[in-house]
Design a protein around this ligand. Sequence first.
Ligand code: PMV
Length: 318
Amino acid sequence: MISATAPGKIILLGEHAVVYGQPALAIPLSQLTASVQIELEGDAGEFSSDWREVVRVSAPDIGRSGFLSEYSPANDPIALVIANVLKEMKIPRPPRCHIKIESTIPVASGLGSGAAVSVALARAMASAVGHELADDVISKIAFEAERIHHGTPSGIDNSVIAYEKPVYYVKDQPITTFQVKVPFTLVIADTGIRSSTMDSVEDVRKLWQRDPFKYQLIFFQIGEIVEKGRQAIRHGELENLGRLMNQDHHLLQELTVSSLELDQLTEAALSSGAYGAKLSGGGRGGNMIALVPEGTAGRVEEALLKAGAQRTLKTLVG
Ligand code: PMV
């Protein structure tokens, strides 16, 4: 049995504007994971002309079970990841196998579930057919699958998840990490509303096409917030970082990607003492994050649950 896992992720600052070339900060979220197990079931499908006939996939979380034959790498992320691993390793067909995919990362909620499955699957399949692949190759393979999930992804999800470290990310540039002077606690709260990142990214694109000047300015302002946020983290200025998160949330509201529920949760976090709060990821639902002073996470989590959060989680950054 071969297995691999990959974490979830949170975008700290910069979502949406990152699609337009602005920087963004993201961290892996190790409490939530996607895991892939591959059981080898004999030789490669020598008598089968189509390798997909020898690969069986069980992914109960998305209600999927059966051979890959009905799925095409052109529009199925799982088939595409496997095809690209084989291509990368110059192997014509995979061994006959059963792939089990499980994940504790809620889907369509801004926590990188799709990219985490792709990264774990690429790692497991690479081990199953030969040797490990480097993080940049895994990230590239997951990015191709992200295109099916999201249409025009920036590449931030696959990067932070494949490298499994905090990233300062600019599209089409080598990733860099960022320094954390004073570790800080984030509370994450789920609205329980599933929302399509592809749709929210597409809607922002329509706004930008209609009024490029206005929206380019918003993207630019978000980019500036990210740069200031990176400095605040480097110098341990947590209150300042919280203020920047609030500003980012307001700009995301202008991009129409917040929602009543996300706004209610950010308000609840701020009224219970958080330094700052914002939606995280594609928005319109999914999760929000709050930066909280030391020792106050419990109080903020309680307030978030009272304000309608379906679940909360806390994570220490740095
Ligand atoms: O909703 P998520 O977790 O996939 O995050 C998407 C982040 C966006 O900036 C909205 C899109 C992207 O590709 O960067």
